[in-house]
Design a protein around this ligand. Structure first.
Ligand code: KG4
Ligand code: ZN
Length: 354
């Protein structure tokens, strides 16, 4: 391996329904233990915050133990603890923050309270090596869709700048809602991805939000997916009323094409506008097979390099938090205070808590 040295960091992620404990040494991944409560939420069609918080509490200690065992590391050996302190569900974040403070205090190690979104960017270092800086990062998850200019992933000196974001639903939210319309289980993204492989992506011409000339002036790098979701709902409804069967695979493929087309177009436009040749895609929706393929083929013709972590590192996990923590240590950033708060609406530009 190229990077066998660097700080040994344990990262804790509890912003939504995944309890993630990751251990890294510098840019080398040693353990990535994830316990998900997703099945407990499935019958509600969305994550129930109270259920998620309780699940984090129950699995926290065993998941830490599992990560240490996999990494072959004893807790006292770690150099630092990092934790997602926002954005996310307040109660869920609190469980991770409390666990991180207890570990930092008990072990006498520094604590880094880091941003969940920046962690989705930093995780790519575990797979593809040092992040090219500056790069443009597109984050697409269940809660967020944003385009960022990343000059320094630790956020130092305004290192992360927001170029645009969704004005309504997040990309993953659109996948989840459309999946529900089509009778597919929650979370819907992976199911739409799978079903779409059997469908025709040009069967139905669904709208591409905020791509019309009149929208580009104010919203060139912003996204909107709620109009698309409504268009899919109307199309399905009309079909059902007519008594004809709904071609689920064609609807899934055409919807997925509309989302991916807009995401890739805007991400490449953002990179070109900044004169940046490196595009990173992260977050749960980056696991989508069509998004990955479309980004790679269109970027190639423009001479833009695309980095996307493997699907398991795109969805929420602890390794991403450890990866950003290790970068904080390596770049000599000042650790966070032990009275670190959980901040459910932390802006993407606030990468490290004071
Ligand atoms: O990053 P993530 O694990 O959690 C958040 O921070 O939100 O993202 C979860 C989202 C869900 O909306 C899920 O449906 C979506 O990512 N997702 C996908 C795929 N895998 C997960 N969406 C499209 N295609 C996929 N293969
Ligand atoms: Zn996430």
């Amino acid at each position: 391996m190229e990077h066998t040295d660097g700080p040994l960091v344990l990262g804790i992620e509890t912003s939504c329904d995944e309890t993630g404990i990751g251990i890294v040494r510098g840019r080398t991944l040693l353990a990535d233990a994830v316990a998900s409560s997703v099945e407990e939420h499935a019958r509600f069609g969305g994550v129930v915050p109270e259920v998620a918080s309780r699940a984090h509490l129950e699995v926290m200690v065993p998941t830490i133990e599992r990560a240490c065992e996999t990494a072959g590391v004893a807790l006292h050996e770690v150099d630092a603890i990092s934790v997602t302190h926002g954005p996310g569900l307040a109660g869920a974040l609190l469980v991770g923050v409390a666990a991180a403070k207890a570990l930092a205090l008990g072990l006498g190690k520094p604590l880094y309270g880091v941003n969940h979104l920046a962690s989705h960017v930093a995780v790519d270092q575990l797979e593809h090596g040092a992040l090219p800086e500056p790069c443009v990062a597109m984050l697409v998850s269940g809660g967020h869709s944003s385009l960022l200019r990343v000059a320094d992933v630790t956020g130092h000196d305004d290192g992360i700048v927001s170029m645009g974001s969704t004005i309504d639903d997040a990309a993953g939210e659109a996948f989840d809602k459309v999946a529900r319309l089509l009778g597919l289980p929650f979370p819907g993204g992976p199911h739409v991805d799978r079903v779409a492989r059997e469908g025709d992506s040009v069967a139905i011409d669904f709208p591409r939000g905020l791509t019309a000339r009149k929208d580009l002036e104010r919203h060139r790098f912003d996204f909107s997916f709620s109009g698309l979701k409504t268009a899919v709902a109307r199309w399905v409804d009309t079909r059902e009323r007519s008594g004809e069967p709904v071609p689920v695979a064609d609807v899934a493929a055409s919807f997925q094409e509309a989302v991916c087309d807009v995401l890739v177009r805007k991400a490449l436009d953002a990179a070109a506008s900044e004169g940046i040749d490196d595009l990173l895609i992260g977050g749960g929706v980056a696991a989508n097979s069509r998004l990955r393929a479309l980004a790679e083929s269109r970027a190639e013709t423009l001479g833009i390099r695309v980095r996307v972590p493997r699907p398991g590192l795109c969805t929420d996990n602890g390794a991403m938090v450890a990866a950003l923590g290790a970068e904080m240590v390596a770049r000599g950033r000042t650790p966070s205070s032990l009275d670190l708060p959980a901040d459910s609406s932390l802006p993407v530009t606030d990468v490290l808590a004071g």
